[in-house]
Structure formats: structure tokens, C-alpha cells
Design a protein around this ligand. Structure first.
Ligand code: 1AE
Length: 397
């Protein structure tokens, strides 16, 4: 019982020896020989090198850590498997395999892709999510107007910008009640549901009270900057049954923890596998195409980790940043059609405003699902035509 960590270590002729030193050092050993180490201790607590695979630049090393060494929570597991190693340049932690018992300690998404689709009653196409832009420094009437325009354009979900925090003009609780009224009215008028993910922010010790209050006021989703707080903070929110709302996990700040040449986590582990295990219903991360981009390899690996069969609900991939309607066919090609298409500037920057911006996306999504080219679809959709005139179509590769 325990966890097996997979690492990439800078290549070394005597990697087996190095790996063994780390396996000992990260568990019961130290830099000196410890004379009173007992056989019993070694047996129950020592890390075991499982394998060493030599590569050209990096060697892949797997080390098993017995569960007797740590409690069943990510802070303890991270500290065990990567605490001291994280200071070594070029040492990457790319995967964690949890034993069955440990895996069962994770909650996984409360709703997942299936539950979110059921809430929205949209089963047959990618979902469209809008990011509020330009709300900072504006008041609730501006916020309301933006929300109404987005709903009129056919968005399924709306999220706060991750950089919108508590402020006097659009206070957290007022945003929730204002959005609830508008979304409820929209549902009565059109039969279409929508989720609004309000940015849950503030000091860590306030989060649960705020989220419970948000749920009581009728919030129907939360946005959470999970890497600013740490993964365990999201897990505790997911496990609180007084909250029970879909959680959009934003990847802001994960760039310093993952994808660094000097070491760090792999994106697929941090933003994919672990974000899903701790309960993110949606995982938002940079796509490979936009203005804030990660590699195609990393983005696809995140997606794979969010949806692979592992007994947990699936998490929606939300590849983001600089997304416009001309990218929709490529998004579907890369991530499949069970995804969330997410845009801020690509909706609000439409030449005819956010309602037309959202309509352009909906037309692009419908066309892509039917495998109709955007150029063809634009013949019957003026909003899409205007968007393509502005941003073009990203060639499918
Ligand atoms: C990867 C972060 C993307 C994000 O949060 C965001 O706000 C994107 O905005 P747009 O779509 O690039 O305007």
C-alpha cells in the first residue's frame, strides 16, 4: 500500500545509485549513515526504487513510498515524494500512482461532465463558457447588462475573471444574487439554464464560510484559483456538503509549478489527474493556440488525465486564453466534443458586441459538431462571418 512516484531525473551514469540514495533520503535516511536504523524500520518505511529507465537527457525513475510514512492527504504526500527533491535542479515529478486504498481517499468531481450537462440539459454539443471581461472598476448595473447580453447570445456558463476579487462596486454576495435573478428570469423566458461561477477568493480561513453563504444565497457554481491556495484547499471545498456546487478550477499560477525546464510537476499531473481527484468539475488551462499557451503535448496530456477511465467522474477540459470562433474546429479535433469552449476577448471583442460574439461561437460549435467548415457555416450565420472576418480560421492540423 502506498504511492509510486514517477520522476524524470537529469541523466546520470550511476542513476540506480542516485535513485537509491534519494529513496532512502526521502524516507528514513539522512546524509550521514544513521547507525540506529533498524531492519524493521527499513522494511516498513524505506522508499523502494521500482525502476530506472535511461534516456538521452533525462532518466525515468520510479520510487515507491509506503503508506506507513504519511497521512492520506496531498500535503503529506507531496512533502514525502517531492519535498526535498524539488530543490534539485532538473528533477521533475511527472506522475503519481496511488494504491487502491489511497485513491479511495479522494472525492473526485461531485458532478463531473455528466452532472454538469444534466444541470444544463445540454447533452449533444460542447458547452460554451464566457469569461466576464472589463468588469473591474464597473458596478453591478454594468455586470447585469453584460450577463444579460451573454445569455441572449446562448452561453451555457459564465465565469468571473480570475482576477476579479472582493470589491466595493461588485461585491461577492451581490454578484451572486444579481446573477441568480437574471439567470432565473432567463430560464423562465427561454427554458435555457446557465451556470455562473463566482470567484471564491479571500483568506483561506474564510473560504468555507463564504462558499456556504454563497450556496445559501443561490450561487450555482464556484470559480477557484486552486494553485494560489494549494490543491488541498479545493479538496476541502469539494468535501463540504453544505457547498455542493460545481467547481471551476483555474490554473493560474500553475506555470511556476509545472512545465518548468528546471523541474516541477508535469501539467498532466497537476492540472489534469490531481485536479480531477480532488474534485474539480472543470479544469481551465491554457490551450496550445492562444496568447497564453502551453505545449500541445502538455495540453493533450491534461485532457487525457481529465477523462481517462479511472472510476471517478470525468472533469471538463477548458482549454483557454485567446480563444476565438475560428479555433473551434481545432479545439474539437484536439480535445473531442465533450469539452467546454471558453472565451473572454473572443466574445467581448466581437465587432458587434458580446451577444453576437456568443452567437458566433454557438454557430462555430454547431458547425464543427456536424463537420461543416466554418466558411460554409458563415454563409448562414452573420455573427460567425463577422468573427471570421476579424480573426480568421485556425487551420486544422
Ligand atoms: C489560461 C487563462 C485564461 C483566462 O483565464 C482568461 O481570462 C482568458 O481570457 P481570454 O479568453 O484570453 O480573453
Amino acid at each position: 500500500m502506498g504511492v509510486t512516484a514517477t520522476y524524470l531525473f537529469p541523466t546520470h551514469l550511476e542513476q540506480e545509485k542516485i535513485a537509491e540514495q534519494h529513496a532512502l533520503g526521502l524516507t528514513i535516511g539522512s546524509w550521514t549513515d544513521i547507525p540506529h536504523l533498524e531492519q524493521q524500520q527499513l522494511k516498513h518505511h524505506k522508499g523502494e526504487v521500482v525502476s530506472v529507465e535511461k534516456g538521452e537527457v533525462k532518466d525515468m525513475v520510479k520510487i515507491f513510498y509506503p503508506s506507513a510514512n504519511y497521512s492520506a492527504d496531498l500535503p503529506a504526500i507531496f512533502t514525502t515524494v517531492y519535498g526535498k527533491l524539488s530543490f534539485f535542479e532538473g528533477y521533475e515529478l511527472i506522475d503519481l500512482d496511488f494504491g487502491k486504498q489511497l485513491l479511495a481517499q479522494f472525492p473526485g468531481p461531485r458532478f463531473g461532465t455528466k452532472g454538469i450537462r444534466e444541470q444544463l440539459n445540454v447533452m449533444d454539443r460542447p458547452l460554451l463558457k464566457a469569461i466576464f471581461k472589463g468588469v473591474m472598476g464597473r458596478d453591478l448595473s454594468f455586470f447585469s447588462g453584460q450577463l444579460e447580453e451573454l445569455l441572449a447570445g446562448g452561453v451555457d456558463l459564465i465565469k468571473d475573471d480570475e482576477i476579479l476579487f472582493e470589491n466595493e462596486l461588485t461585491p461577492f454576495y451581490k454578484r451572486i444574487t444579481t446573477a441568480k435573478d437574471i439567470i432565473d428570469r432567463h430560464y423562465e423566458q427561454t427554458g435555457n439554464r446557465a451556470l455562473y461561477a463566482v470567484n471564491l477568493s479571500g483568506r483561506t480561513n474564510e473560504l468555507h464560510d463564504k462558499a456556504e453563504q454563497a450556496a445559501a444565497l443561490g450561487a450555482n457554481a464556484l470559480l477557484f484559483n486552486v494553485h494560489a491556495y494549494g490543491l488541498d484547499a479545493l479538496q476541502t471545498l469539494r468535501e463540504n456538503n453544505n457547498i455542493a456546487l460545481p467547481i471551476v478550477a483555474h490554473s493560474a499560477l500553475s506555470g511556476v509549478l509545472a512545465g518548468q525546464a528546471g523541474g516541477g510537476f508535469s501539467y498532466s499531473l497537476l492540472v489534469g489527474k490531481l485536479t480531477r481527484l480532488i474534485g474539480g468539475d472543470l479544469s481551465l488551462f491554457p490551450s496550445p493556440y492562444g496568447n497564453v499557451a502551453i505545449s500541445r503535448f502538455d495540453a493533450l496530456a491534461i485532457n487525457e488525465a481529465l477523462i481517462e477511465d479511472n472510476g471517478f467522474e470525468k472533469t471538463f477540459a477548458v482549454p483557454s486564453a485567446g480563444i476565438h470562433p475560428g479555433m473551434v474546429p481545432q479545439l474539437l479535433k484536439d480535445f473531442g466534443d465533450n469539452l467546454v469552449v471558453n472565451a473572454g476577448g473572443g466574445i467581448f471583442g466581437h465587432p458587434d458586441g458580446p451577444t453576437q460574439g456568443a452567437k458566433a461561437f454557438r454557430a462555430a460549435i454547431d458547425a464543427s459538431v456536424k463537420q461543416i467548415s466554418l466558411e460554409e457555416a458563415a454563409k448562414t450565420s452573420e455573427p460567425l462571418k463577422r468573427a471570421i472576418d476579424q480573426w480568421g480560421v485556425v487551420e486544422s492540423v
